[in-house]
Design a protein around this ligand. Structure first.
Ligand code: BYC
Length: 332
């Protein structure tokens, strides 16, 4: 079903696959026994690098992910909707913070990760490079994007690295609330006027395929999957998660009375799964190359926030220096 070819640009592929030194074997035995690996434990360098890559990309996704919905805070249709949306966007900032903290336990600093994001050396999720044109997009993001995020993240609660697994537990609870609030927005619109229903349908049309792509390249084109599965970082493959998401979401669209924008979508009795039409992997590759509709805008917004915060970093540094000087004086 997902067999179209795609050469996804990947980061560090120099990670040795299936190393078999004695410490590697002992480490692998711990992973296989479902033991959690903690920050001070010995770990293969490739495991550490893979986790830094995935966790920091995940953190950047939460951080950039605040932008499309943040765009609607001032224009939410009621005070109640505005309050809920503000809380949701704040939750995403919180998720980024848990994840940056989890990545820091692996020996990388926050400033370095931020620099990797702002200079385009680190990826963030493709999904956040699409625009939110109407209020219905806020509903569609909650329903589909948070829905896809939960599907992907629930298995990460069982991943081999303790700090990442523990961070995911709270993130998943919050994402689950986000998914419901998004679905409730879609329900209100689809039970509303003809114009509101049309708005909901148009948002589903915009967000369906990007959400399906969010799970990453098909398994045969995923350079990191085999090693990540072996290390217990990934528990379920990209394609399996994508299929689960489709199977759960199609009946939800039907309940809304909306049409999934895929003429080839069909229940397959034999497989007991939905079959879907071809995924436009060329679009996915373009978005992660930086050529999506909003890539430039997203990075500009994050760079501006960083620059605007320079005075805070400067004040914190000056305060820390003053404090250290006072402590040194007291110690003399
Ligand atoms: N977008 O071998 P693969 C959220 C990259 S936040 C961009 O399968 P892997 C939320 C991949 O990084 C959503 N790039 O890699 C927030 C790799 O490139 P590099 C984010 C993608 O790591 C606010 C290359 O393609 N969730 O939920 O084994 C509001 C080859 O791929 C994407 C996470 O980050 C993509 N969609 O698997 C609402 C979850 N897909 O790094 C919601 C944790 C793939 O070699 N991450 N690439 O340069 C994961 O589970 C995995 O990292 C992925 C990719 C499934 C994303």
């Amino acid at each position: 079903m997902y067999t179209q070819g795609l050469d996804v640009p990947a980061g560090d592929r120099s990670i040795p696959v299936f190393a078999d030194s004695e410490p590697d074997q002992r480490f692998q035995a711990r992973v296989d026994a479902d033991e959690k690996i903690e920050p001070k434990d010995w770990m293969p360098e490739g495991y550490r690098k893979t986790l830094i890559r995935q966790i920091s990309q995940h953190a950047h996704s939460e951080y950039v992910g605040m932008l499309p919905e943040g765009n609607w805070i001032t224009r939410a249709p009621s005070l109640r909707r505005k309050a809920i949306l503000i809380s949701k966007v704040q939750d995403e900032a919180g998720h980024a913070l848990y994840l940056y903290s989890a990545a820091e336990t692996l020996g990388i600093g926050r400033a370095e990760m931020n620099d990797q994001l702002l200079t385009g050396r680190a990826k963030y999720s493709s999904i956040f490079n699409y625009p939110t044109l109407t209020w219905a997009d806020v509903g569609a993001i909650g329903w589909l994007v948070d829905g896809a995020a939960i599907m992907n993240q629930v298995p990460i609660c069982r991943c081999s690295y303790g700090p990442y697994a523990r961070a995911m537990v709270r993130v998943c609870r919050e994402e689950s609330f986000h998914q419901r609030q998004g679905y409730e927005i879609m329900l209100a619109l689809s039970r509303g006027s003809a114009a509101q229903k049309e708005m909901a349908q148009a948002a589903l049309n915009r967000w369906w395929w990007p959400s399906v792509m969010m799970f990453g390249p098909s398994d045969e084109n995923s350079p990191h999957s085999a090693q990540s599965m072996r290390w217990g970082i990934k528990k379920v493959s990209n394609d399996e998660l994508r299929q689960k998401f489709i199977d759960v979401t199609v009946p939800q669209a039907e309940f809304l009375g909306l049409t999934v924008p895929d003429p080839e979508l069909k229940w397959n009795e034999e497989r007991q799964h939905y079959d879907i039409g071809p995924i436009d992997w060329a679009e996915f590759a373009a978005v992660i190359r930086g050529e999506g509709p909003c890539n430039r805008q997203r990075l500009e917004a994050r760079r501006k926030a960083h620059d605007d915060g320079a005075w805070v970093r400067e004040a914190a540094r000056a305060h820390a220096e003053k404090r250290a000087a006072r402590m040194a004086e007291a110690a003399e």
